[in-house]
Design a protein around this ligand. Structure first.
Ligand SMILES: *Cc1c(COP(=O)(O)O)cnc(C)c1O
Length: 479
């Protein structure tokens, strides 16, 4: 007797086709949809909350509920008008790679039970190593995202320091005001005292001031603390700024500090000649965070941590309980469970491997370059505009700007004007942009990452912003 959970071949193929149809239709018609739509919690709750049914229902009715009450209400990350936060715009082959990983349900935690998929992860990590210019010894693992990669790195660095005899309560970490919030959170989770997470001052370009780093490290040493880790950013989320990597790496070498570089946002720009030049020096990191679910065009979730010496990960994470004695890997094999916090992990490498093989690195590098070029177009259109001004130039696809009527000083009125422009652009439905604060001022921010956005979209978005800005200024003057 077959289990009722065990569907036959024809049924599986039929259900799978229905899903393929829905997803392919969604992706090919994104342009006809708003970039974001939402609904208040009470209304969604009314539509969706019900106890789990005792008896099953048809797949059609399940999909019907999703189509009416779920699919409409979200920000469409792969939409050509999605230019907010950090967009994630997966290729369809990458999506299928994820589906294959789920369909086979490979267990990518230990080598002996999934040699094939684990080898794919090793190969993908070797690709990433070479793209980043890391030494041949470097390897790492794929993680849930950039936050997971940062946490894994900080925990490994902390382990090395504590093993060397340092008192965890005295360990200090150095990062910048523009570093991603996940860096501070990683330090907290790793047991670093909250008052021991230092924020290094930045220069006019939002990059770490190495002189202030040096000043804070020596002040801390003088007061009996133990500096152990510097986290630099190679492409900040706010402005795409790269910290002065070579100067920081030189300093870390002299001071014997672990250098972690967070390149979650911009790292894969290294596939282009322009990006490679801008990221010069990241190969000097002791550990490096990347985020394939950003600029490598794979779906959530997929981050990556690379370390110069993978033994630093196994030292920190390896544990061998009795029930896993028979899955010890041979010398040249890898148990990815020994390199991070996850035992059971799915084969994230497949989506990268399928997509990169399908398109080739030229096409992927081309899409990354296009994003950087579109940001440059935004910058030049903003510079031509009499109403708009640049707050941070195009870097790795990111541009920050605002509307500023002639003579209006920084302050609440100008901030409020730009907040209204931001909301009105979004309310029109074609574009989702986002905002940030730079030197205390409200800034509009555009992040060009998705491969569906065209030059015409960019021209239309800037024209839309100017049109709305003119209306808001007129309303302000009338009031
Ligand atoms: C996105 C980002 C992160 C966090 O990555 P998640 O994948 O969201 O966990 C960390 N650092 C930088 C620079 C980022 O842009």
């Amino acid at each position: 007797m077959r289990s009722p959970l065990d569907l036959d071949y024809d049924t599986m193929r039929d259900l799978g086709r229905q899903v393929t149809e829905i997803v392919a239709r969604h992706l090919s018609r994104l342009r006809d949809e708003p970039a974001i739509r939402s609904l208040p919690r009470v209304e969604l709750n009314r539509a969706l909350a019900h106890p789990p049914p005792k008896q099953g229902s048809s797949f059609e009715s399940i999909l019907g509920t999703l189509e009416s009450s779920v699919f409409p209400y979200h920000a469409r990350e792969p939409h050509p008008g999605f230019l907010a936060y950090v967009p994630s715009c997966p290729t369809f082959p990458a999506v299928l790679g994820d589906w294959i990983a789920a369909g086979y349900n490979f267990f990518a935690g230990v080598w002996p039970v999934a040699a094939g998929p684990n080898e794919i992860e090793i190969v993908v990590l070797e690709w990433i190593r070479d793209w980043m210019g890391l030494p041949a010894t470097a390897s790492g693992l794929l993680t849930s995202g950039g936050s997971g990669a940062n946490l894994t790195a900080v925990a490994a660095a902390r382990h090395r320091a504590v093993e060397a005899g340092c008192d965890i309560n005295r360990l200090t970490v150095y990062t910048s005001q523009q570093a991603h919030s996940s860096v501070t959170r990683a330090a907290w989770i790793a047991g670093i005292r909250r008052e021991n997470v230092r924020v290094v001052e930045m220069d006019d370009d939002f990059a770490i001031l190495t002189s202030d780093l040096s000043r804070q490290v020596s002040a801390d040493r003088n007061s009996g603390l133990t500096p152990f880790l510097v986290v630099a950013s190679a492409g900040t989320t706010n402005t795409g700024t790269v910290d002065p990597i070579h100067a920081i790496a030189d300093f870390c070498q002299v001071e014997n500090l672990w250098l972690h570089i967070d390149a979650a946002y911009a790292g894969f720009a290294a596939l282009t000649a322009e990006g490679k030049g801008m990221l010069d020096g990241i190969e000097r990191a002791d550990s490096l965070t990347l985020d394939p679910h950003k600029w490598l065009f794979v779906p959530f979730e997929c981050g990556c941590l690379m370390v110069r010496d993978p033994a630093l990960l196994t030292d920190a994470f390896r544990i061998l309980p009795e029930y896993l004695k028979d899955v010890e890997p041979a010398e040249e094999e890898v148990n990815f469970a020994d390199r991070g916090e996850q035992l059971t992990r799915y084969a994230r490498a497949l989506k990268i491997w399928v997509s990169v093989n399908y398109f080739g690195t030229d096409a992927i590098a081309g899409a990354i370059q296009d994003g950087m070029d579109r940001a440059r177009l935004v910058e030049s259109l903003v510079r031509e505009s009499t109403l708009l001004e640049i707050l941070s130039p195009a870097r790795f696809g990111i541009v920050c700007f605002r509307c500023r009527p002639a003579g209006m000083p920084d302050g609440l009125v100008l901030d409020a004007l730009n907040e209204r422009i931001n909301s009105s652009v979004i309310a029109e439905g074609k574009y989702l942009i986002s905002s940030t604060r730079l030197r205390g001022n409200f800034s509009l921010r555009i992040c060009n990452l998705g491969f569906r956005t065209t030059e015409a979209d960019i021209r239309d978005l800037v024209a839309t912003t100017e049109r709305i800005a003119a209306l808001e200024i007129a309303a302000l003057e009338a009031s």
